[in-house]
Write a protein that binds this ligand. Structure first.
Ligand SMILES: [Zn+2]
Length: 243
């Protein structure tokens, strides 16, 4: 009898914990989505874990105080020294593959700079930043040996994945995230909108935010197609307006 009681209690704890966990996370994810601003191409501002994080700023953005600035690679549509001039503070940390700091003239700012390569991790005041692979398999723009990166960021119990410029690659199978920011491809990144949709499934994202469209590659029609694929997979697709 005691054993049965123990089993029932354990089951109840599991049910309550699961339900609470899901609801709790749901609210967190909704909050997290509100904290994401898309500027253009792959440029984002993410407010998370009490930090203001910028990724791939490629042209000047509104004056702000960046705690952390991340760059995925050195291509000029992803990294610009003049772009970040108005968001630097005394304590801003710039994180990027070494080639970005060299080629994009970022050292002139004399800020704290951290270089990394795929699979390196950094923790800043509880915000976990993991660099992951980002490269082309069929196309030639970004090769694996370049050591360009995407970023998996965990803050406040929510995991964000900014893929950088990449096709669907095997390394994505070991990534799990709540929110993915990804290109829909054609010319420089994914080979099709369907491939981008497969990536969302690979990393088990619950929210997908298309990026890298409307300028150098990708059209509104691609976004509409992607949105439909996400609806079919019961993934929330957030189409941010470029700011
Ligand atoms: Zn690129």
């Amino acid at each position: 009898m005691l054993k049965l009681f123990q089993v029932v209690v354990s089951l109840l704890i599991v049910v309550v914990a699961t339900t609470f966990g899901e609801d709790f996370n749901e609210g967190k994810i909704k909050q997290a989505i509100k904290g994401i601003t898309w500027y253009n191409t792959a440029a984002f501002r993410i407010a998370a874990g009490g930090k203001t994080i910028f990724i791939d700023v490629n042209k000047p953005v509104k004056k702000d105080n960046a705690d952390i600035i991340l760059f995925t690679h050195d291509h000029d549509d992803h990294a610009s020294a003049s772009g970040i001039a108005d968001i630097l503070t005394d304590s801003t940390v710039i994180i990027a593959p070494a080639v970005v700091l060299e080629k994009r003239n970022l050292k002139k700012y004399n800020k704290k700079m951290i270089t990394l390569k795929p699979l390196d991790s950094i923790v800043i005041d509880g915000v976990v930043i993991r660099a992951v692979y980002a490269y082309n398999i069929k196309k030639q723009w970004h090769s694996r040996s370049d050591n360009f990166v995407g970023y998996v960021i965990t803050a406040d119990g929510v995991t964000y994945y900014h893929t950088g410029d990449t096709e669907r690659i095997p390394e994505m199978q070991s990534i799990v995230c709540d929110i993915i920011m990804l290109p829909l491809g054609q010319k420089y990144t994914m080979n099709s909108v369907e491939e981008a949709a497969d990536v969302v499934a690979d990393v088990k994202a619950r929210v997908a935010i298309p990026m890298h469209w409307g300028e150098h590659e990708g059209t509104a029609a691609d976004v509409a197609k992607f949105q439909k694929l996400m609806d079919d997979k019961k993934v929330i697709c957030i189409v941010k307006k470029a700011k």
